[in-house]
Design a protein around this ligand. Structure first.
Ligand SMILES: [Zn+2]
Length: 325
């Protein structure tokens, strides 16, 4: 008789027969770097902190030492402007971050830039709009121009977060024309989730819906997997090198659908700020244990088909995984 208990005979047997595993090099650590240099805990992301231009190198070195190959950089500006043109300054704050990290860490760490207009625009406008209509072309063209500035500064991967149609195409053309054909585009494909809220607070942005058009006009409908996959198809067709499914846990089916449709494209899943909070809060109350809860969520994301996971828990996870070896 075929016994299922045979393959569960010991911990090592269980590990031996795993078709999937999570290892530190599957992790990407998102970091918030503040231009005003303020170092403090992020109120909406407990136990996470802001870094300054001076000390962001230290946490990046720690990530490398733990076997984490990439960080996603979020720059928090002192002063934004109405149309985001501050992003085009060649020696702007984001450029300074990439130059510094590239100089200190070289190719030991992949530098991924989160690119969204709301990082640069007053009121947190993610896309240009007119009378409630998303201006795809104008937004995509601007994202292409900013990509070149960030690539020049040392970003290895640019991750456009605004979800406008044509953005990947514009960025690819702009990067290629400027000689950065070795810089990748990692395209976010987001459902219109409420789980981004703690992140907006962390970026000092106002609550959703933010200025400009409602996010439902550029993100995909939570319940409509066909709308989601249409955006996946579009971005792959435009030349995305990686895809990010975001948020992760409510979208395990979308990770799987994307994996099945594009087996050869690297897929990242973003365990977003609200997911982080959903783990943190009950564990702080003592209702659940943080490590097993975290690992169960990450394993489920991996099992769904993600190659890599962006998580605010990246450092802790890498430590847990090392301790298990
Ligand atoms: Zn945005």
């Amino acid at each position: 008789m075929r016994l299922t208990t045979r393959l569960k005979k010991s911990k090592q047997m269980i590990r031996l027969v795993r078709p999937n595993d999570l290892v530190p090099h599957n992790l990407i650590y998102p970091i918030f770097v503040r231009e005003d240099g303020r170092k403090s805990e992020i109120p909406s992301l407990k136990k996470q902190r802001y870094y300054s231009l001076d000390d962001c190198v230290d946490v990046c070195k720690e990530a490398v030492d733990l076997g984490i190959p990439a960080v996603m950089v979020f720059g928090v500006l002192k002063k934004k402007d109405c149309d985001g043109s501050v992003a085009l300054q060649k020696n702007g704050f984001h450029a300074k971050i990439f130059k510094k990290l590239k100089k200190e860490l070289g190719d030991d760490l992949v530098l991924i830039s989160n690119l969204c207009l709301c990082d640069f625009t007053e009121g947190g406008i993610c896309v240009y709009s007119n009378d409630g209509k998303v201006l795809n072309e104008k937004t995509a063209e601007m994202l292409g121009r900013i990509s070149v500035v960030q690539a020049e500064a040392g970003a290895d991967v640019i991750a456009p977060a605004g979800m406008v149609d044509g953005q990947v195409h514009h960025m690819r053309c702009a990067l290629d024309n400027a000689g950065f054909d070795d810089v990748s585009v990692m395209s976010y494909i987001k459902t219109d989730s409420c789980l981004f809220e703690p992140f907006f607070h962390a970026m000092s942005s106002s609550k959703t819906p933010r200025a400009g058009v409602d996010s439902s006009k550029f993100r995909t409908d939570i319940i409509n997997e066909k709308m989601y996959m249409a955006k996946v198809d579009l971005d792959v067709g435009e030349g995305a090198d990686f895809l990010i499914v975001k948020p992760a846990l409510p979208n395990l089916d979308l990770i799987r659908l994307t994996r099945e449709r594009y087996p050869n494209i690297p897929i990242a899943a973003y365990q977003v700020s609200g997911e982080y909070a959903m783990i943190k809060a009950p564990c702080e109350e003592g209702f659940l244990k943080e490590k097993p809860l975290l690992m169960e969520t990450l394993y489920s994301i991996k099992r769904a088909g993600a190659d890599m996971i962006l998580t605010y828990y990246a450092l802790e996870t890498a430590k847990y995984l090392r301790a298990e070896k």
